[in-house]
Design a protein around this ligand. Structure first.
Ligand code: AMP
Ligand code: MG
Length: 399
């Protein structure tokens, strides 16, 4: 059995190169950029009024001029109109301000009559209400670095620079497979000793949140079916997520079948709870196999702790350190395993992340996931963990 850290290292070392593809910018939310986005021109591209009002020369105001001849009305989107001494132009928000002016006075501070505008305030700041050309970014400046996850701000930046096709990292082809003859479909009645299969939909929901559309399949606990189906899937997927069939039971055929199909076992079993029987393997032509134990909490934990970091690395997304949270109460765990205890997260009034354990009834207690937000990783060399101590948390839910 290997440690959590070794397992993590081996999983990350097995990250794959997915290559890139071009996608319409508005369809890239959540994807990872594979190119850098630059400013095509200065931001903003001209001196721009931030108010509806009049553009004047500050020097006129300083010299005591208060009433100006209106020589034009300047809507947004039109070429700026110039003015001479003691002249002004009415400018709308977003309109270009001609270089012959340097200050904008809003309508609220002026009165207009007979083609003239009079400023009614006694103090004015030079440059007021003008957003200067290039103030935000220079032409050619890097706006978004390669490796960034596309979000609303990135999509807006791409639209504004006219970058409509984006190079993003390709997403892996994934199939999620359940095994277990005790499982029935969610829309079927179940006897008391049967279980509606829930793991593939739980894992799939997390994967689909990342914009990936996985395939789904159920295979019965029968060596021949497993071999036929797995043989086919190994050749048409970048990764397979399996649940069930990797423990010590009489019907846990998966490790043997995978070996027969030429999959190399990178490790099987980790010193952790839940998820001890997790199997991880790679196939020669590149398919990566995450075979999670069937208990729902085990599958869910292993997905977040091992598969998602692998996915991020394979899509060349920057891996950031997970946050630490402070235990709100003492907790005891005797086995010499890393304990991923489920916790509820909250912030104190001063912004400290706190974790309250809600242990539930073990890895089969799917309902406990409904009330928790994260797995807190407690070290294996201790049995007592005290209120006030901090440990890393792997969050799976917003709170
Ligand atoms: P296994 O890892 O196959 O020994 O399964 C461990 C436990 O998880 C058993 O109680 C299974 O019934 C349960 N289980 C396996 N797969 C699923 C699934 N897809 N949905 C819900 N429970 C499952
Ligand atoms: Mg099973």
């Amino acid at each position: 059995m290997i440690s959590v850290q070794e397992a993590e290292e081996k999983v990350l070392a097995a990250a794959i190169d997915l290559g890139t593809e071009e996608v319409l910018f508005m369809n890239t939310s959540g994807r990872v950029l594979a190119e850098t986005i630059y400013a095509d021109r200065p931001f903003p591209a001209c001196d721009r009024s931030t108010m509806d009002g009049i553009a004047v020369k500050y020097a006129d105001f300083e010299a005591g001029v208060r009433t100006f001849d209106i020589v034009g009305v300047q809507p947004a989107g039109h070429e700026p109109i110039a003015g001479n001494k003691c002249e002004c132009v009415e400018v709308m928000t977003g309109a270009g301000v001609h270089a012959s002016f340097d200050t904008v006075v809003r309508y609220e501070d002026i009165s207009i009559a007979n083609g003239k505008a009079t400023i009614n305030i006694n103090e004015l700041k030079q440059g007021l209400a003008i957003h200067k050309r290039g103030a935000d970014r220079n032409a050619g400046a890097c706006l978004v670095e390669s490796g960034t996850v596309v979000d609303a701000a990135v999509i807006a930046a791409c639209a504004t620079v006219g970058k409509t096709q984006l190079k993003v990292f390709r997403q892996p082809r994934i199939t999620i497979i359940s095994t277990g003859n005790e499982l029935v479909e969610p829309d079927m009645p179940a006897t008391d000793w049967q279980v509606r299969r829930s793991n593939p939909f739980m894992l799939g929901a997390v994967v689909e949140q990342r914009g990936i559309k996985p395939g789904y399949l159920h295979i019965s606990d029968d060596e021949e079916s497993l071999k036929t189906e797995m043989g086919r899937l190994l050749n048409s997927n970048d990764a397979l997520l399996l649940t069930g069939g990797v423990s010590m039971g009489k019907f846990d055929h998966l490790p043997k079948v995978l070996e027969q199909l030429g999959v190399k076992c990178v490790f099987h079993k980790i010193r952790q709870r839940p998820g001890k029987p997790f199997y991880f393997g790679v196939q020669e032509n590149g398919c990566t196999i995450f075979a999670f134990p069937g208990n729902p909490v085990s599958s869910f934990m292993c997905l977040h702790r091992y598969f998602l970091p692998w996915l991020k690395k394979s899509m060349q997304q920057e891996i950031v350190q997970v946050p630490y949270a402070v235990l709100t109460c003492d907790i005891q765990f005797k086995p010499a395993l890393i304990y991923f205890v489920q916790v509820q997260l909250s912030y104190t009034a001063t912004g400290v992340l706190m974790a309250t354990p809600l242990e539930g009834h073990g890895s089969g207690d799917l309902a406990n996931l409904l009330n928790t937000h994260a797995f807190m990783q407690l070290p294996e060399d201790r049995t007592q963990f005290l209120a006030g101590e901090s440990f890393p948390v792997w969050a799976f839910k917003a709170f």
